[in-house]
Design a protein around this ligand. Structure first.
Ligand SMILES: [Zn+2]
Length: 311
C-alpha cells in the first residue's frame, strides 16, 4: 500500500516513551490506522488491483485460537496489530495481508479512513457490547475533545443516548455540543458529580465513558444513577484510584473495562463513516517528517479530534 493518511493514537506516544506495557520488538513502525491505495499486489492475491483505494483493518487475528473461535478477535492469543507487532502507517509504503483490506467507497477520503477505525470501534464495542447501552440512556463522555471522545459522543447519539460531555476547555465543549451533547461540563472549574446531578435533575447518568482516570474517574463514579455502569477505555491521568465499594454494592453499579473491538465492529465503524452516519473529527494533518511535532501537539492536549500524518 502507498500510505496517504495515517491516524495518530495516544498508544503511539505510550509505545514511544516506554509506558504502554505492550511487549515490543524493536524496531517498530508506528501507525495503526491508515488509508491509501494499492501499489503492488502480492502473488496469489485475487480481487484487488493496483490503484484500489483501501484501508486495512488494524487488528489481524489468527482465526485459530479459542478467542477467535468465540468471535472475540481483539483478545486473539496471537494478535498481530498494524503499528505494534507489524509495521504500521508512519511510512510511505506498507505491506498488509489482503484479507484485512476494506475497500473505500467513492467519497470516503483517505483522511476519514485514517481517523475512522480505533476511536469509533472502541466506542461501539464499549457502549453497545460491554455496557449494553439502551436508547434513552444518559451517557457521560469524559475527555470529550479527544479523538475517542468526539467519536464516543457520536456513537452514543447513534445508539439513541443522551450525552453529557466533559472536557477542560470551553472550545472543546462547544465542539461537543455541535456533535450532539445536550449538556457540557468544564472540569477545570466544575465538579463532575455536582454538574451531572444538575444536568439530570438529580438522577445521575446511566453510563460513564471514561478515558481519563484519576480524580475525573472517581468523581464520575459518584455521578452515576442506580445500576450505573462505568466503562473504562483508558486512564492516562491516573491508573490507580480508590473506590468506595459500599456505594458500589448499594447502587448495584458496574465497573467495566473495554479494549478495542471485534473484527466486525471495526468494519461496521468504517461502514458507518462511509454512509455518513459517523464523521471523524480531524484536528489537523502533518507531513510525515513532522511526526514529532504531531506527537507534541497530542501530548499538550491542545487538539480536538484526530491528528493525522500525510506521508
Ligand atoms: Zn486468534
Amino acid at each position: 500500500m502507498r500510505v496517504r493518511a495515517c491516524g495518530i493514537n495516544h498508544v503511539d506516544i505510550d509505545m514511544r516513551n516506554g509506558s504502554s506495557r505492550i511487549p515490543l520488538e524493536l524496531p517498530v513502525t508506528l501507525g495503526m490506522e491508515f488509508g491509501g491505495e494499492i501499489a503492488e499486489v502480492g502473488a496469489g492475491v485475487t480481487g484487488w488491483s493496483v490503484g484500489d483505494r483501501v484501508s486495512p483493518v488494524f487488528q489481524i487475528h489468527c482465526n485459530a485460537c479459542d478467542m477467535c473461535a468465540l468471535g472475540e478477535h481483539h483478545h486473539c492469543r496471537n494478535i498481530n496489530m498494524l503499528g505494534i507487532q507489524s509495521p504500521g502507517g508512519y511510512a510511505e509504503y506498507v505491506a498488509v495481508p489482503a484479507w484485512v483490506l476494506y475497500r473505500l467507497p467513492d467519497g470516503m477520503s483517505y483522511e476519514a479512513a485514517a481517523a475512522a477505525q480505533t476511536s469509533f470501534c472502541t466506542a461501539l464495542h464499549a457502549l453497545r457490547t460491554r455496557a449494553q447501552m439502551r436508547e434513552g440512556d444518559w451517557v457521560l463522555v469524559n475527555a470529550a475533545g479527544s479523538g475517542v471522545g468526539t467519536a464516543a459522543i457520536q456513537v452514543a447519539r447513534h445508539l439513541g443516548g443522551r450525552v453529557i460531555a466533559s472536557a477542560r476547555t470551553d472550545e472543546k465543549l462547544e465542539r461537543a455540543r455541535e456533535l450532539g451533547a445536550e449538556a457540557v461540563i468544564n472540569y477545570s472549574r466544575e465538579n463532575i458529580t455536582e454538574a451531572v446531578r444538575a444536568a439530570t435533575g438529580g438522577r445521575g447518568v446511566d453510563i460513564v465513558y471514561e478515558s481519563v482516570g484519576g480524580e475525573i474517574l472517581r468523581d464520575s463514579i459518584d455521578a452515576m444513577t442506580t445500576f450505573g455502569k462505568l466503562i473504562c477505555i483508558g486512564c492516562h491521568a491516573g491508573e490507580v484510584e480508590p473506590v468506595d465499594f459500599i456505594h458500589l454494592f448499594r447502587n448495584e453499579w458496574s465497573l467495566l473495562g473495554s479494549a478495542r473491538s471485534r473484527f466486525g465492529e471495526i468494519v461496521e465503524s468504517l461502514d458507518l463513516v462511509a454512509q455518513g452516519k459517523l464523521t471523524p473529527v480531524v484536528h489537523g494533518v502533518f507531513p510525515l517528517a513532522q511526526a514529532a511535532d504531531a506527537h507534541r501537539l497530542m501530548e499538550s492536549r491542545g487538539h480536538t479530534g484526530k491528528i493525522l500524518l500525510a506521508p
